[in-house]
Design a protein around this ligand. Structure first.
Ligand code: ADP
Length: 326
């Protein structure tokens, strides 16, 4: 089990407090109850048969806990987890090195799998299906093929863009989980735990206020708690009150509905510049001076979920009259 800790070192750039905040066990992993219920069965079955879990595809907007869930699964099974990402696997040899480092039943986590290059993706197919790696060895003008046996492992892949995953790759995952935005009460539970770990004192109503403004996203609620704590520190208050939470969040430009500057600008443009739509994503992106991927991956999922906008074949449309709120 101690080797599972390797996981924590491999999450590049992770600060020590982030490492502490990230839940380790399924019990500490809040929300996503449908996923957890199913996963508990699959974990128990894998343990009973002493087999690796089937390959898993996790999809959903950033910050909802895909990497965390991969860590939790490794912890629950007591196996090692190796973390990499689609863009990091540039050459076949990069993939081979990672695959060769795995032990039986280990987990390989590939973040941003939709950014994997097509030739690497094709090498992954036999590795996922038959646990073999077909290597082409070039000697001068001649080439020969070698088949390398791999340990039976589980691939957990994560993506924010399930639509970009090629069907042959998608079909090779036996388990697919779509992570949903969290309820306010679930984020509140996460905040209670984070506040305890960080040693932050806060009224329940203050944590509820932060939860309500966190766009249903654990990463955001943890980040906002830290920023609100900064405001409290500067004001020299020991415990964060609801009032301080509200004032700090407003100062951070996060409104009562959890919308930030970019969301408001998006909705303003949609309503005022484009008369509520329909407007194409690229037109919207250039009007806002933003990257279309940022809009599609980070901004729009929450606006869609909240029913502010609709995606139609003709483009984005406003779904709620918001003029008064913006
Ligand atoms: P993703 O990989 O989907 O972008 P992460 O797994 O990195 O998201 O989650 C971001 C942060 O949010 C984590 O560091 C963790 O602290 C917190 N988090 C995510 N999901 C949960 C959860 N279900 N319960 C508690 N904290 C969570």
């Amino acid at each position: 089990m101690s080797e599972t800790l390797l996981t924590r070192e491999t999450i590049s750039g992770e600060k020590p407090y982030e490492e502490k905040i990230r839940p380790q066990s399924l019990k500490e992993y809040k929300g996503q109850s449908k996923i957890k219920d199913q996963l508990s069965v699959f974990l128990q079955a894998a343990r009973t048969r002493n087999e690796p879990l089937d390959h898993i595809l996790l999809y959903g907007p950033p910050g909802l806990g895909k990497t965390t869930l991969a860590c939790v699964i490794a912890y629950e099974l007591g196996v090692n987890l190796k973390i990499t990402s689609g863009p990091a696997l540039e050459r076949a040899i990069d993939l081979l090195i990672v695959l060769k480092s795995l032990k039986p039943n280990d987990i390989l986590f590939i973040d941003e799998i939709h950014r994997l290059k097509r030739p690497i993706e094709e090498i992954l197919y036999p590795a996922m299906e038959d646990f073999v790696f077909h290597r082409v060895i070039q000697k001068g003008l001649a080439s020969s093929a070698a088949t390398i046996q791999l340990p039976h492992f589980t691939l957990i892949a994560a993506t924010t863009r399930a639509g970009l995953i090629a069907p042959p790759l998608r079909d090779r995952f036996g388990i697919m989980f779509h992570l949903d935005f969290y309820l306010k009460e679930e984020l509140f539970q996460i905040l209670i735990r984070t506040a305890r770990i960080l040693g932050v004192k806060a009224e329940e109503a203050a944590l509820m206020e932060i939860a309500a403004r966190s766009r249903g996203t654990p990463r955001i609620c943890n980040r906002l708690l830290k920023r609100v704590r900064d405001f409290a520190t500067v004001r020299q208050v020991e415990s964060i009150s609801e009032q301080i939470a509200k004032e700090s969040l407003t100062a951070l430009s996060v409104d009562a509905q959890g919308l930030d500057d970019l969301d408001r600008k998006y909705l303003n443009f949609l309503m005022e510049k484009f008369g509520g739509g329909p407007v194409g994503l690229e037109t919207m992106a250039s009007a806002l001076g933003e990257d279309s991927e940022t809009l599609e991956e980070i901004c729009e999922p929450y606006l869609l979920q909240q029913g502010f906008i609709q995606r139609t074949p003709r483009g984005r449309m406003a779904a709620k009259a918001l003029a008064g709120d913006l």
